[in-house]
Ligand binder design. Structure first.
Ligand SMILES: [Zn+2]
Length: 229
């Protein structure tokens, strides 16, 4: 047995991060990239890069998009497969925006199995919906400098005067309401439930409390990656 021979590398982590808008998924993914040398692959970036490089799958995606169609799972998977064969992702990837459905998750499992790999962990950032809604619903910003404030958690030291710039005009985004926040969370849960079930059945689902500080969440994610990768 040629034990020193560097033939099949199967230790690369394949991480799937699931989390609702506002849970800090993007921030956490960047921190995992820095700490573990993982590479975040988002579907949008993958498509753009493959189109720009003119790979066969990229050209197929381009033709579909130019015709105003939706790029098929088959094409996305072909692009993902090409990308995961590149040397810069040898330590592993964080998938962002894919899979979105149980069907895509199964197709991904097959693609990985063909390469001697598997999803090492699907991490669900668990939030308290009502607390998330309260966070979003009270947000407002200084109209002059953009400093962020919150009705419940961060009022200016002097009422009506921005701490940073002394401005007295503030603005609220029309969609930062409890209703839109609740609708976004419901849509997230509906879309994610089949994926959670899929990865739970495979025994790779990890749930972590995402209501803590950025550093606390990062520590929880880090220990998962250290354990599974
Ligand atoms: Zn200001």
């Amino acid at each position: 047995m040629a034990e020193t021979e560097n033939t099949v590398e199967t230790t690369a982590a394949v991480l799937i991060l699931l989390g609702p808008p506002g849970a800090g998924k993007g921030t956490q993914a960047r921190m995992l990239e820095e700490r573990f040398g993982l590479v975040q692959l988002s579907t949008g970036d993958l498509l753009r890069a493959a189109v720009a490089q003119g790979t066969p799958a990229g050209l197929a995606a381009k033709a579909v998009m130019e015709a105003g169609g939706l790029v098929s799972d088959e094409i996305v998977l072909a692009i993902l497969k090409d990308r995961m064969a590149e040397p810069d992702v040898a330590k592993g990837v964080i998938l962002d925006g894919f899979p979105r459905t149980a069907g895509q998750a199964e197709a991904l499992d097959t693609l990985l199995a063909d390469a001697g790999q598997k999803v090492t962990a699907a991490v669900s950032l668990e939030v308290d919906d009502e607390a998330m809604i309260a966070r979003v619903a009270g947000r407002y910003t200084c109209a002059s400098c953009g400093e962020g404030y919150h009705d419940a958690f961060k009022q200016p030291a002097v009422a009506g005067v921005c701490d940073k710039c002394g401005g007295t005009e503030f603005k609220r985004r029309a969609d930062d309401t409890a209703e839109t926040a609740r609708a976004r969370l419901q849509a997230y849960h509906a879309q994610t439930a089949p994926l959670i079930a899929h990865y739970r059945a495979l025994g790779v689902l990890e749930e972590i409390d995402a209501m803590g500080s950025i550093d606390e969440i990062a520590a929880g994610l880090g220990s998962i990656v250290e354990r599974v990768a």
